[in-house]
Design a protein around this ligand. Structure first.
Ligand code: FA5
Length: 328
């Protein structure tokens, strides 16, 4: 075992050389032997041997003690626990937007809603025409669209799934449809060009605005787990009548006005309304028999409001350190 070089060990070696070395003190005394009688020589020789042995054993013992102190110190400093479990792969966690989406899915599944999916590359018919937005309708300008060369488009909202679901499953229908949507939008603290929406729809006999309000209240209290001030105001969407925008008071500034709420004090979370009879008819159902409500919510806006995050862009930054605080 190698021990560390200690100055004190050098000092000990110097003492050994001084006492026992070839030119040391004992050797000096031995030089006087010539002048002594044989008896004196014998007794001095004996004495010198005894002194020499005692010095050697004392020095060796001291050296061993010092080396063991040095070794212990080194072992203590280099000690590690072989039984400590390896850290392993760091587990990831759901993105805060996915967390909102999953919670809403769980809520609606518990209320008997199906989860539906639709294509991101969509036909113009489902994204617009079947939703009561004909080609020349100014409402098309509300959603600046990415068109494909073949006439299809990147869906601008999840509302096309309303038609697809009604066509496939008919009525009565209770469904939600989360998914990614695309708009040629200027990116700012509350707008992305590629973002998520979550559509909800219920079509049955005698469905009224009272149902819509009940489900929206249930939805909001499940997401925010706290008192939030909401505002329902008329909103225009060609596929609902009447239509409402649901805003919550901005939780970043408490309603005073900030970049997230564009100084208005309110953040738009979802659009909603009673399904327009033309939409029910587009899906091949009898609008005199069936009525319904629908909503389209922005999970990212909801996550911003919920956590008091001041800018939607941080949610999609490639540096994930900010997101790590939302591990569950
Ligand atoms: C719509 O897209 C309608 N399809 C919603 C709807 C469905 C109304 C069913 C009635 C019935 P709007 O364009 O307002 O509506 O978008 C809905 C929500 O998506 C907004 O409230 C907002 O939360 C979110 N959102 C809209 N644009 C963006 C964007 N650029 N970035 C992030 N979130 C957005």
């Amino acid at each position: 075992v190698q021990t560390c070089a200690l100055p004190i060990l050098d000092a000990l070696e110097a003492i050994r050389v001084e006492a026992l070395g070839r030119k040391g003190k004992l050797a000096e005394v031995s030089k006087t032997f010539g002048k002594l009688t044989p008896e004196e020589r014998a007794s001095l020789g004996k004495l010198l041997n005894a002194v020499k042995q005692e010095l050697e054993s004392n020095l060796d013992a001291r050296k061993a003690a010092l080396e063991s102190v040095a070794l212990n110190a080194r072992l203590a400093s280099e000690w590690f626990d072989l039984t400590t479990p390896a850290p392993g792969i760091r587990p990831g966690h759901l993105h805060p937007v996915t967390q909102v989406q999953r919670e809403i899915e769980d809520l609606f599944v518990s209320l008997g809603f199906a989860i539906m999916d639709g294509p991101e590359v969509e036909q113009e018919y489902y994204n617009f025409d079947a939703l009561n937005i004909p080609p020349d309708h100014p409402a098309r300008d509300m959603q600046d669209t990415f068109w494909l060369k073949d006439g299809r488009l990147l869906r601008t909202h999840t509302s096309p799934v309303q038609i697809r679901a009604l066509e496939k499953l008919g009525a009565p229908l209770k469904m939600i449809a989360p998914g990614r949507v695309f708009r040629n939008e200027e990116v700012d603290p509350s707008h992305e060009h590629t973002f998520y929406q979550l559509e909800g729809m219920m079509v049955d006999r005698d469905v009224s605005v009272a149902h819509l309000i009940y489900f929206m209240k249930t939805l909001l209290s499940a997401i925010f787990h706290r008192e939030v001030t909401v505002r329902l105001r008329p909103g225009f969407f060609p596929f609902v009548e009447p239509g409402f925008e649901l805003d919550i008071q901005c939780l970043i500034c408490g309603g005073k006005g900030c970049p997230v709420c564009k100084q208005s004090g309110w953040v738009e979370i979802l659009g909603s309304g009673m399904v327009h009879p033309a939409v029910i008819e587009s899906a091949g159902l009898d609008s005199t028999r069936y009525t319904g409500w629908a909503f389209g919510l922005g999970p990212a806006r909801t996550a911003l409001a919920r956590h008091g995050i001041p800018d939607i862009r941080i949610l999609y930054d490639s540096d994930v350190r900010f997101l790590e605080q939302f591990a569950r």
